[in-house]
Design a protein around this ligand. Structure first.
Ligand SMILES: Nc1ncnc2c1ncn2[C@@H]1O[C@H](COP(=O)(O)OP(=O)(O)O)[C@@H](O)[C@H]1O
Ligand SMILES: [Mg+2]
Length: 259
């Protein structure tokens, strides 16, 4: 096995420290995220899930510690980020297609290369709506799809998603989960997914990172190895039911633990 094989450490976090108003959230936190895998992050409300991925993605400063991607710094790494609130994340004055092209424009790519890359994304996503529309003309699910395509446009090594489907209705959520699996199958991109839905966290993941209440530690990492693509049938398979029940136990132990 080479150090770049799937499942090997991709993101290494060492000695991460973060406090808000003097109250520690992370204190000497260590973690590896596996390459070419989907890792879900699940834990009590306010335990620092968003803060964790925001620090890794460079959206929020760390107080101390080190995050490396294959030994490289964030500046040397292409990442993508999908926000929970797609309404705030897309540029309302840009058409969907121009939102998707935006990171490529910013990177200084020439027009022909941008058009080729956007075409490629459009083909692989098989979307059923007109990308010349503005975000406000699209449904929530369509807007979130545009956000995901924008995040993938520069071929990121890592894709971060912070509760990406939580503002969508259930039907749309189900189809977006499958879309996300397709993206994963097609690209093999390392995915870090924050979810507040335990079913979703297990369904999509190779590894479920269970966090404690703050100061935040790793309660447990639960592996879920069901074959992909996972379908609604997966939800009733014994392996899934067992993994989800175990995750629920870990979670309840954490929320009941006296602060
Ligand atoms: N910018 C900030 N200033 C002060 N406190 C913050 C800030 N961002 C997050 N926090 C606090 O840090 C904790 C973790 O927040 P967050 O990462 O958003 O939790 P989660 O995503 O797990 O629900 C919470 O107690 C929250 O109030
Ligand atoms: Mg959050």
């Amino acid at each position: 096995m080479t150090s770049h094989s799937p499942g090997s450490p991709h993101i290494t976090i060492r000695g991460l420290t973060k406090a808000f108003a003097g109250v520690p959230l992370y204190d000497g936190f260590n973690l590896d995220f596996a390459r070419g895998r989907i890792t879900s992050i699940f834990g009590p409300n306010g335990c620092g899930k968003s803060t964790l991925i925001n620090m890794i993605a460079g959206l929020m400063p760390m107080d101390g510690g080190q995050v490396l991607f294959d030994g490289k710094t964030l500046r040397e790494t292409v990442i993508g980020y999908v926000f929970q609130n797609y309404r705030d994340a897309l540029f309302p004055w840009k058409r969907a297609i121009d939102n998707i092209a935006y990171p490529l424009v910013r990177a200084g790519m020439d027009r022909a290369a941008i058009d080729a890359r956007v075409d490629e994304l459009v083909t692989s996503f098989d979307i059923g709506f007109d990308l010349k529309r503005y975000p406000y003309e699209l449904s929530g699910g369509q807007q979130q799809l545009v956000s995901i395509m924008r995040a993938l446009a520069p071929r990121p090594e890592v894709l971060f998603l912070d509760e990406p489907f939580s503002a969508l209705d259930y039907e749309m959520t189900l189809s977006m989960r499958d879309k996300l699996q397709e993206v994963f199958h097609a690209t093999g991109v390392t995915m870090i997914l924050v979810s507040h839905d335990l079913e979703e966290a297990v369904y999509l993941a190779d590894h479920v990172l269970m966090l404690t209440r703050r100061p935040t530690r790793i309660a447990e990492v639960i592996d879920f190895g069901a074959p992909r693509p996972r379908t609604s049938a997966t939800l009733s398979e014994p392996g899934f039911v067992r993994a989800k029940a175990h995750a629920l136990d870990v979670f309840q132990r954490e929320v009941r633990r006296a602060p």
